[in-house]
Design a binder for this molecule. Structure first.
Ligand SMILES: *Cc1c(COP(=O)(O)O)cnc(C)c1O
Length: 412
């Protein structure tokens, strides 16, 4: 099958990273307006006072550092105790046990993404990515010369994967499909049943599943988080994750690339050798951060994790409530997880706003409020709002967005 028009139309977004577009928006802010900048654009929860990591994690790093045992290089695939702790952590939610050998320690989930794509790249290969999605995948695919084909997430079905589209897009050169669950940018949490259908579809197409679970367990709605690895018996799964979001330490750069593959497809010595060699090239995260991981995972209070989910539920509610008061904005679905949601722009209610980009740039200039244009994620005339922010910032930012929209409202 040809790549189709769908591919070409997203070319407009290629090369744009979230960080890139956010810095353009920041440049557009009017510094003389006297308005405090409210950023609901970037998914770094540590910027908000209501999201703080736990003392347990800080102490674990201090202990590891002061022990003076972790000033040297670690094995490039990660410290053995770190790999073991991550294997045990992820196995808690699986019907089988992962071994330390399944776990490779990376510099955040970002590097795990790049490792996955580097391992799968070969001439002619293509990969199926969600739209809207997370642009790091497109960026990594571009560097690896992997052709990108987008399948849609369905806004009216809780942003589920359009499995018919997946079947239509895949061919014998398709190496993998990517899912992000809980989802950024949509705030979706997939049901167990949907994950099983994804696994069955991927198995039928003979492609593996890359499961980005960087928001694993950050599910605060009525759908519990289920790891894709649960269906590793149906299809090989590469599970990607990190401490960044659940422990609110994105700057610690501690992530993982995990083969959730009880049938052992990845245990082919040649494949393992190739992965190991690639890690020799990477260097991995700081040894003392790695050394802190067993303590962080074992000693973190359930109460800390629950409180974060309670806070996210509360800030997501504030977000939906305020958006509900703005006629030209609509959230198709209450977010159930992660830290972001997609909001639809009804441009027919606005004058002098041409599209989502125009909306976001004018909002930045006139109100000092930063939100991300959907086009950066492949979805025109939507915007992404990050609700991992202090309630007061959300109220302030969305309050200003409301006055902005009122100012641009078409007179009827
Ligand atoms: C934040 C994020 C990442 C990157 O995680 P790091 O651990 O900070 O590198 C990867 N995927 C998604 C969907 C994310 O939102």
């Amino acid at each position: 099958m040809e790549s189709g028009n769908a591919n070409h139309e997203v070319e407009t977004t290629s090369g744009i990273t979230i960080k890139g577009i956010l810095s353009l928006l920041m440049e557009n802010i009017d510094a003389d307006s006297g308005k405090r900048v409210v950023s609901l654009g970037m998914g770094d929860p540590s910027a908000s006072t209501c999201f703080r990591t736990t003392r347990v994690a800080e102490d674990a790093v201090v202990d590891a550092l002061q022990s003076q045992k972790f000033n040297g290089y670690s094995p490039t695939v990660g410290l053995p105790q770190t790999r073991r702790a991550i294997a045990e952590y992820l196995s808690r939610d699986l019907p089988y046990k992962l071994s330390s050998d399944d776990v490779f320690v990376t510099s955040g989930c970002t590097q795990a993404i790049d490792v996955a794509l580097a391992m799968l790249a070969r001439p002619g290969a293509n990969i199926l990515l969600p739209r809207p999605g997370f642009p790091i995948y497109e960026l990594s695919a571009a560097f690896r010369y992997i052709e990108v084909r987008h399948y849609d997430l369905l806004p009216n079905k809780g942003w589920e994967v359009d499995l018919d589209a997946v079947q239509a897009l895949a061919d014998h050169n398709t190496v993998a499909m990517v899912i992000i669950n809980p989802g950024n940018p949509c705030g979706n949490v997939y049901t167990d049943q949907h994950l099983k259908e994804i696994a069955e579809t991927a198995e039928k197409l003979n492609v593996l599943v890359i499961a980005d679970e960087v928001y694993g367990h950050l599910a605060f709605g009525d759908t519990p988080f289920v790891p894709m690895g649960r269906y590793g018996t149906i299809v090989p799964v590469l599970t990607l994750g990190s401490l960044s979001k659940r422990w609110i330490v994105p700057g610690w750069r501690l992530g993982w690339f995990v083969t959730s593959d009880p049938c052992g497809m990845f245990r082919n010595p040649k494949v393992v050798e190739r992965i190991k060699k690639y890690f020799d090239l990477l260097g991995g995260p700081s040894t003392f951060i790695q050394a802190a991981v067993p303590q962080i995972i074992e000693r973190t209070d359930e109460a800390f994790l629950e409180k974060n989910n309670d806070t996210l539920r509360q800030t997501a509610d504030i977000c939906c409530g305020r958006i509900g008061e703005i006629p030209c904005l609509a959230c198709s679905d209450e977010p159930k997880g992660s830290m972001a949601m997609m909001v639809k722009l009804n441009l027919s209610l606005l004058k002098d706003i041409s599209d989502d980009n125009d909306f976001c740039f004018k909002l930045a200039k006139e109100e000092s409020v930063i939100i991300l244009p959907g086009l950066a994620l492949g979805l025109k005339d939507w915007v992404r709002i990050t609700f991992a922010a202090d309630p007061s910032s959300l109220e302030e930012g969305l309050g200003r967005t409301k006055s902005f929209c009122r100012r641009y409202a078409k007179q009827v």
